[in-house]
Design a protein around this ligand. Sequence first.
Ligand code: SF4
Length: 177
Amino acid sequence: MARYQRNMDKILISACLLGRPLRYNGTAKASGSDAILDAWQAKGRLVAICPEVAVGFPTPRPPAEIAALGDGRNAASQGADVLAGQAAVVEKTGRDVSDLYRRAASDTVELATRHGCRHAVLTDGSPSCGSSFIYDGSFTGVTKAGMGTTAAALRQAGVRVWAETEIAALNVLLSES
Ligand code: SF4
């Protein structure tokens, strides 16, 4: 029974990984693992969401990065700091969008909880969905190790977060469970 239950687990997924052109620049994100995603989708396992679009951001939209409060160039700032009100998400235009990002994160956790998702596959590098790296707040293309706001909130809620580069590894884990 435990094996059956685990195999039926739903997986939260960044909607842009399913070919939907929702990213800030109006594109989708290639996962390199379409066959696995197609199989999961055929089994009804995927719960797709774009946290940013779900709270009203348009596509395309200005790029946004996680920055320190103040000068915006604290290389240590993380999604969890934004959730705690100790860092900001700022668009390249200078607009502070932290409140919307916090709402996007909490709404996504609520969706994952409602569907019983124990795993989430999220697009790496995003200020919302990044799980192994994000950009450093300088809008110069420099990355740093860290998580976005939604990824951090999901992890705090006990959901295991995987980058799109880890889809095959998650598939192995689920098939062995
Ligand atoms: S917020 Fe997440 S799901 Fe939405 S476009 Fe960005 S990476 Fe994709």
